[in-house]
Write a protein that binds this ligand. Structure first.
Ligand SMILES: Cc1cc2nc3c(=O)[nH]c(=O)nc-3n(C[C@H](O)[C@H](O)[C@H](O)COP(=O)(O)OP(=O)(O)OC[C@H]3O[C@@H](n4cnc5c(N)ncnc54)[C@H](O)[C@@H]3O)c2cc1C
Length: 496
């Protein structure tokens, strides 16, 4: 049997692409290296509680909003229940040094009001900032189904002025600038490197609505699995894609897996880190300059991540996350070797199966992968005592910082798991344990869906943007190139 499409990578983007192609009448195989689909989104259980890793909250899931429409289209919506975050403050930003706090609310009107109250005299800058975010979101195809279809100029805009430059042009208030920059932790690129347009495209949907999914990423993945089965997608999990075979005419004709199985196919979508694809094709497949460009792609930051159980639910984290920063001014550090200096994201986690209530939390501190480089050649499970001691110490430091920030739960937290850049490399399958894969930064040209090989396409967070929304939209973007953008956008509009 020959598949019309083989999709490599069973994360959010690969599952999305596989479903769209199957809905479009294609015979599709989806290949995932891990034993089960979407290891990053799925999370894991400890002591009977479920912990999320790669999904906590998202924008775009409000009624009629873009991500919600995409999930309707994919047949996912009936299998999930969204849970709204706190309207008066879904993210609480707190400065360690000055103790300044800001609860970032949901909705442009509320955001304006809260910012104006905290920064009197800055109304003009605040209005201009929010209008610029709206303008970007209205103009990007797929993010807005009403936007004109002009991919080339949209992509050009994504390389315009940096977030930092735009904010500096709007206001001299360093705390306001710093505050509006803090959300760059959600995509892993510093304000001087990310374009304003990319920042706006990611954050705009969060400004409209913020939701989680009851039961977490695990339930989302299970809804994807149901739909993939219903649409007849064949799943190949537990063996990595190893190499692509080409015909004499230079077209892909099969994908060979690590277990030796060969999947005959007419075309392929790769939703993995672009550098991993290079290892699967002969050098002659791409021009040397393109190969060089892919090899040089810079990744987003990695992180330490703590998973802890608490004796009682953490009230402060009900419907809201806590962001800690040493400084909230625009010279704030966004990635540091030391846990004390690093910003920290804290969210509710440890969900009980019986009622979905949380009984724990996770903490994430961005850190460069250099902190674990000396163990890079070791294998999971046998990295040595010094690595285990290093990791244990890092988790204790995170625990102490969380207890300092949330004194009401001091002494009630028990660390049940921890992750370092090496863990993210193992489970996220990114070369350097990057949280969000390849950076989207000004001057770095990430791969587009089409490649020089007619029947080979890229998808995934490297193509569009990180996050559930970026990954899902990348699937639509890639399949739009294959099945026709007008067709897909019209079908999506019918889900309104
Ligand atoms: C700690 C953390 C927290 C996050 N929190 C959020 C959040 O709250 N909200 C949000 O929206 N986003 C969040 N994200 C980001 C989000 O999880 C990702 O952007 C998104 O899941 C990326 O999807 P993807 O399909 O592009 O990539 P991936 O999920 O990485 O999918 C690629 C898949 O390919 C597989 N693979 C790799 N090599 C091969 C091979 N050779 N053969 C077969 N399969 C292979 C991998 O195992 C992987 O499953 C978070 C990420 C992390 C790491």
């Amino acid at each position: 049997m020959t598949y019309d499409y083989v999709v490599i990578g069973g994360g959010a983007s690969g599952m999305t692409a596989a479903l769209i192609l199957a809905k479009g009448g294609c015979r599709v195989a989806l290949v995932e290296k891990s034993p089960r689909l979407a290891p990053v989104l799925r999370g894991f259980s400890r002591q009977g509680l479920h912990f999320d890793t790669g999904f906590h909250y998202t924008g775009g899931l409000g009624e009629g909003e873009t991500l919600a429409l995409c999930l309707d289209y994919l047949g996912i919506s009936p299998g999930i229940e969204t849970v709204a975050y706190r309207q008066d403050g879904f993210d609480l930003f707190r400065c360690d040094r000055s103790k300044f706090e800001f609860a970032f609310p949901v909705g442009y009107g509320r955001i304006r009001q809260s910012l104006c109250e905290s920064f009197p005299g800055e109304e003009g800058a605040i209005d201009a900032y929010l209008e610029k975010v709206r303008t970007v979101c209205r103009a990007l195809p797929y993010l807005s189904l009403d936007a004109d279809w002009d991919l080339a100029s949209s992509m050009q805009n994504l390389h315009g002025a940096s977030l930092q430059d735009v904010l500096e042009g709007l206001t001299d208030n360093r705390t306001l600038r710093g505050l509006l920059m803090q959300h760059c932790l959600l995509y892993g690129v510093v304000p001087a490197e990310v374009s304003f347009a990319q920042h706006a495209a990611i954050m705009g949907p969060y400004y409209e609505s913020v939701s989680g999914i009851r039961g977490g990423g695990r339930n989302l993945v299970s809804a994807f699995e149901t739909s993939l089965n219903q649409h007849g997608v064949d799943l190949y999990c537990g063996s990595a894609a190893r190499s692509l075979e080409f015909s004499a005419a230079g077209q892909i004709r099969a994908l060979v897996l690590d277990n030796g199985q060969s999947l005959s196919c007419k075309a392929c979508v790769a939703s993995i880190h672009p550098q991993h694809l290079l290892e699967m094709v002969p050098d002659s497949c791409f021009r040397p300059v393109y190969r060089k460009r892919l090899r040089a792609l810079e990744d987003t930051s990695s992180a330490f991540m703590l998973y802890a159980i608490s004796d009682a639910p953490v009230e402060a984290l009900k419907g809201a996350n806590l962001f800690l920063a040493q400084a909230l001014e625009d010279d704030a550090v966004f990635e540091a070797q030391s846990i004390k200096q690093s910003p920290m994201y804290i969210a509710a986690s440890g969900y009980r199966a019986e009622d979905g209530a949380h009984q724990g939390l996770i903490g994430i501190c961005p850190t460069p992968d250099s902190v674990t480089r000396k163990w890079a050649a070791t294998k999971r499970g046998s990295r040595g005592e010094d690595y285990e001691a290093f990791k244990g110490e890092a988790m204790q430091r995170m625990l102490r910082r969380i207890e300092d920030a949330l004194p009401e739960i001091r002494g009630q937290l028990t660390c049940v798991e921890g992750a370092t850049p090496l863990t993210f490399g193992d489970y996220g399958n990114t070369p350097r344990g990057a949280l969000y894969g390849v950076k989207h930064r000004i001057g770095q040209y990430n791969p587009m869906p089409r490649t020089r090989v007619d029947n080979l396409f890229f998808s995934g967070q490297a193509v569009a943007a990180p996050g559930l929304m970026g990954a899902v939209l990348s699937g639509f973007l890639t399949c739009g190139h294959i099945l026709g953008h007008d067709r897909i956008r019209e079908e999506l509009k019918r889900c309104r």
